[in-house]
Design a protein around this ligand. Sequence first.
Ligand code: DHB
Ligand code: FE
Length: 325
Amino acid sequence: MARIIAGVTSSHVPAIGAAIDNKKTEEPYWKRVFSGFVKSKEWMADAKPDVVIAVYNDHASAFSVELIPTFALGCAAEFPPADEGWGPRPVPVVKGHPALASHIAQSVILDEFDLTIVNKMEVDHGLTVPLNLMFGSPTEWPCPVIPLAVNVVMYPPPTGHRCYMLGRAIRKAVQSYPEDLRVVIMGTGGMSHQISGPRAGLINSKFDKAYLDGLTKDPKKLIRIPHVEYMREAGAEGIEMVMWLVMRGALDDKVKEVYRFYTVPASNTAVGHIILENAERKIKSRRPASAKGRAARAKRAAPRAPSLPASGGGKGRGLVVRSQR
Ligand code: DHB
Ligand code: FE
């Protein structure tokens, strides 16, 4: 069974990508930003996910105003970097996971989330910058990445509640995939920022920090925040934060916050970054079974499945031995 082991949020500021590509990461301004991701890269190298699901938004690179899917899942085998005006970023082509992606599409659509299935797509800074922040700059990305593009560019974006429920549906989809895959889900964008208009440059650290707290401890409070409040408190582009709620919905209700970083500014943006781990699944019950209980269970199981092992994470179809909370 596949499972989501952790969730990561990270800003996706294009200037971070430009700093990497133009070798400016040691300049004091950028060093401050990148210093917050040193531990994250170590964590990621240690976590070694088999697949990453990256929830991000396209910034009119793959989709123009002619076509604006609310949720678009990348089911292709690969996703080349988009040309965002200065040529494509010199980063590796993102390799997808078509089998898991189509499984997620099927499960989520049958759960009544009308996703757009995308079989050809280029990916912009919204996806490639967070990959750099978490994986560094390798010649190949270390694992397949499934892009999930969310519209936060043209009104109306999805609500926080809808995003959270999509995360829940993705979690269910992942857990019903038979292969033993360890999946990390990333929510990108944010935090407070506004890049045009009279309030350009707006940053609201108080709102950001409360949002980070809520993300770990009380996401159900965050999912009720209306769009107008994101706009007012976190600026026009602060709405990108609803994408973090897809990530949070895909995790357990109770999670362990293993890392947090916040700095202001990076370009026009407050950088907020958090790593949340799901508790390890217990293969066996936490309570030691009594001899009587064991005997009763063995008797109940025997007529139906005499040859099944008592525990273990085998790949046999229909053999569910781990709890699916
Ligand atoms: C900036 C941040 C973004 O998330 C983005 O998509 C574009 C620009 C910025 O801070 O400049
Ligand atoms: Fe953005």
